[in-house]
Structure formats: structure tokens, C-alpha cells
Design a binder for this molecule. Structure first.
Ligand code: ADP
Length: 313
């Protein structure tokens, strides 16, 4: 199975490396404006193949994406000194205006998985651009809060003294400052969190919740201040999402997708627990939030909506 990665900087290249480590797909094609970079990354990642899974990793042009089941889009430009968030968004939209039609032309059957930040806005941009090329919006998704949810589950599992696999707790909304940790619907081993606390005689109060919230919300800032960029976590998350897509695993992931009439919202692209399969986005899974979480989710959606509307797509 063939997977494309367009934009092989830190995030795109790490996603390709994670796919090789996980054995996701059989052929990976790397495309970048900087052809030399793409070739060097492909060669470097290919050297990990003998130690992992039998795969091929090559660099190529957009025409080499023909036959890809999934194309990860991690192309983008970084913020210039003094540049506003909106100016950056406009420049990244210009990048996507070049990239998306070319992917659609050469790999019309592909599902587009967006990783470029701000990921919700860039996923919305991709939905619009791909739609003009005849690609249904169910075939466009963003990595959204997949990584934030994984981090929430890990920290909550640690607090409960239980493997995170048995913790179901979602981070929804914007992948960014306004994201919402949905404590009210967290379950551990099938029990509501407060029942689990009674059963194990543990206490997760305001202080513990605040600490977990800050660790989830502030994770990227902390990493960026230490090393300038984040890519291992998101690379692994992208590999997992690609695996779900190419093997029709029907997993519930907090990817970013365009919503229609969900929790009172329409035509906004943000994260909710979503059923994902071989055809892409199947549907958002109903989630019952308390009043405070509902208000926070709507406020988060308003931030993403304001950014997308400012782009006049
Ligand atoms: P990140 O840390 O998000 O991965 P990088 O700046 O490392 O950011 O990577 C972004 C990549 O996107 C770069 O390799 C850059 O060359 C690539 N890129 C930028 N514009 C385009 C474009 N129009 N088409 C393909 N790739 C692009």
C-alpha cells in the first residue's frame, strides 16, 4: 500500500520514519518543494528499513503520488519575525493552494491527512480546496487533538495507576490553547472516573486535574522552548491515523473534521471523537458534555471559525 507525504520537514519526515518503524504501508513517497531535502530524507529513512519492516521509501514529484491511499500534508512555512498569525495563515493557505490541487490531480482516490498547523484551520482550507477538485469532505481530516488525547489518557492513567489503554478520555475542540479536556465523560476500565476513584480509594481533585490540564495544554510550548520544534509525538500519531485509514480499522480518534449539526455547530473544522475507517471520516461520535465543557467547546470552535472566516476562502 502506497502512502504519500507532502512536505518532509521535521513533521513529515518523522511521520514517514514512524510509518517505517510501525510497518504501516509498503511504499512511502516523499514530495517537497526542496527536492534535495526530500531525497536526503528518503535515503536516510530507507536506511532504517533493514532494521524494521520491508518497505520502500522514495522521493518524487506529485505524479509519483499516483495510487496513494493516503497523502499526509505537512507542508508549510514558518512564522517570520513580526509576522501576525493571520499573515502566516495566509501564506500557508497559499502553499495549500499549490499543493492540494496537485495531489487531487495525481491521487484522486487518496484520503488527505493534514498535519500543518494551525491544523484545524488548515484542514478546513483543505476541505474547501479539495472540494473544488471533486474530493468529498469525508476524505479530508486533520491530526487535530489525537496527540493531546493520547497525552491526556497517559497522564490520567498514571494518576489512576492503570495502563492508559483502559482509560477513555478525550481532548476536543481546537488543537491549541482553547482545547477542552472532557473530564465529565472520562472512563477508566469502563467506570466513570468518580466511581473508579471510589473503587481504588484515590483522589483526583481540582489540583490534580489542573496539573494534568496544564501538562496536556502546555506540552508543545514546553518542548518547543527546549528544542525548537515538536515532531516525534505527532509523527507517531500520524502513523497511527494512516494505519487506521489504510486498514479500515474503524477506530475512534479525535481527528479534526468539518462538522455538520454537531453540538449546535455547523461548518467548522475541529476535533471530536470521530469514527474513522477506510473511506476516511465516518461520523462524529455523540459525546455528552457538561455545561462548562459545552461552553468551552463552543468558545474553542468560535476561535477556529474566526480564523477560517478571516481567510475569505
Ligand atoms: P514542520 O516542523 O512543521 O515539519 P518544517 O519547516 O520543518 O516544518 O517543514 C515544512 C516543509 O514544507 C519544508 O520541508 C518545506 O520545504 C515544505 N514546503 C513548503 N512549501 C511547500 C510547497 N509549496 N510544496 C511542498 N513542500 C513545501
Amino acid at each position: 500500500m502506497k502512502v504519500g507525504v507532502v512536505g518532509c520537514g521535521f513533521v513529515g519526515a518523522t511521520a514517514a520514519y514512524a510509518m517505517v518503524m510501525d510497518g504501516v504501508g509498503r511504499q512511502i513517497v516523499l514530495v517537497d518543494l526542496d527536492r534535495q531535502r526530500a531525497e536526503a530524507e528518503a535515503n536516510d529513512i530507507m536506511h532504517a528499513v533493514p532494521f524494521s519492516h520491508p518497505m520502500s521509501v522514495v522521493s518524487g514529484e506529485y505524479s509519483d503520488l499516483a495510487g496513494c491511499r493516503v497523502v499526509v500534508i505537512a507542508a508549510g512555512v514558518s512564522q517570520k519575525p513580526g509576522e501576525t498569525r493571520l499573515q502566516l495563515l495566509e501564506r500557508n493557505t497559499a502553499v495549500f493552494e499549490k499543493v492540494v490541487p496537485q495531489i487531487a490531480q495525481h491521487a484522486p482516490q487518496a484520503i488527505l491527512l493534514v498535519a500543518t498547523n494551525p491544523v484545524d484551520v488548515m484542514t478546513h482550507v483543505t476541505v474547501k480546496l479539495a472540494g473544488r477538485c471533486g474530493i468529498d469532505e469525508s476524505r479530508v481530516l486533520g491530526s487535530g487533538t489525537t496527540l493531546d488525547t493520547a497525552r491526556f489518557r497517559t497522564l490520567l492513567g498514571r494518576q489512576c495507576g492503570i495502563d492508559a489503554k483502559h482509560v477513555h478520555a478525550y481532548v476536543i475542540g481546537e488543537h491549541g490553547d482553547s482545547e477542552v479536556l472532557t473530564w465529565s465523560c472520562a472512563t477508566v476500565g469502563g467506570m466513570r472516573l468518580n466511581e473508579f476513584q471510589k473503587y481504588r480509594d484515590i483522589h483526583i481533585g481540582v489540583a490534580e486535574k489542573t496539573e494534568i490540564d496544564q501538562k496536556v495544554r502546555g506540552a508543545a510550548y514546553e518542548i518547543i522552548s527546549g528544542k525548537g520544534a515538536t515532531y516525534y509525538g505527532i509523527g507517531a500519531a500520524l502513523s497511527r491515523i494512516v494505519d487506521v485509514l489504510i486498514h479500515d480499522q474503524r477506530a475512534i480518534l479525535t481527528i479534526s473534521a468539518r462538522l455538520h449539526d454537531v453540538l449546535g455547530l455547523s461548518d467548522v473544522t475541529i476535533s471530536l471523537p470521530t469514527l474513522v475507517g477506510g473511506q476516511g471520516v465516518i461520523s462524529a461520535v455523540p459525546i455528552s458534555l457538561n455545561d462548562e465543557e459545552t461552553a468551552a467547546f463552543h468558545a474553542s470552535a468560535a476561535i477556529v471559525r474566526e480564523a477560517t472566516e478571516s481567510l475569505n476562502l
